[in-house]
Design a protein around this ligand. Structure first.
Ligand code: ZN
Length: 181
């Protein structure tokens, strides 16, 4: 029995995006509206999965273990806010590695789908960048949503929108999820 997933990008979706990467817990500033929204949908029939590009690892700035520890602590904070994140997937590569998991490629979503018996055709991808939209569409999810938090407001103005199938735009994760359930 396959279940749908709500795939969430991390930086700019549930927390502030940082121009110089999230290197330590001091760089993490969760969005209160996102934490509250995750609490509201905790019983929704979706796996909730973070999919995040962290080239900060591939560039040698922090280790993969450090990046995973930051995600683990984010998941604890979400749980303490009465929400849940069921799993977190990281692409640790630098752009020059040309891997299959760095968004806009769909590798992280495909890996998560295989690990968690996810029905991509009923799943949703939410991000603050067009690369998130592209990754979701390449993975075959039903719905892709661009948020205007993080990099989203600039991304929404980029002309690359032309190569993408239609997607929805919401101001915040909270606004996007209020239409979900
Ligand atoms: Zn990768």
């Amino acid at each position: 029995m396959l279940t749908p997933a709500l795939f969430l990008d991390r930086d700019g979706v549930i927390m502030e995006n940082r121009a110089n990467y999230v290197r330590s817990w001091e760089d993490v500033e969760l969005y209160p509206q996102a934490i509250a929204a995750l609490a509201r949908i905790r019983s929704a029939p979706y796996k909730i999965i973070l999919v995040t590009n962290q080239s900060v690892v591939g560039r040698g700035i922090i280790t993969l273990a450090e990046a995973q520890a930051i995600n683990d602590r984010i998941m604890v904070e979400v749980m303490e806010g009465n929400g849940r994140i069921d799993a977190a997937y990281i692409c640790p590569h630098a752009p020059s590695d040309n891997c299959n998991c760095r968004k806009p490629r769909p590798g992280l979503l495909l890996q998560a789908a295989a690990d968690h018996a996810i029905d991509l055709s009923r799943s949703i991808m939410i991000g603050d960048a067009l690369t998130d939209i592209a990754a979701g569409q390449a993975a075959g999810v039903a719905q892709t949503i661009l948020l205007l938090t993080g990099r989203g407001r600039n991304q929404a103005q980029l002309s690359q929108t032309q190569h993408l199938a239609p997607y929805q735009i919401y101001a915040t994760l909270s606004a996007a999820l209020s239409n979900l359930v």
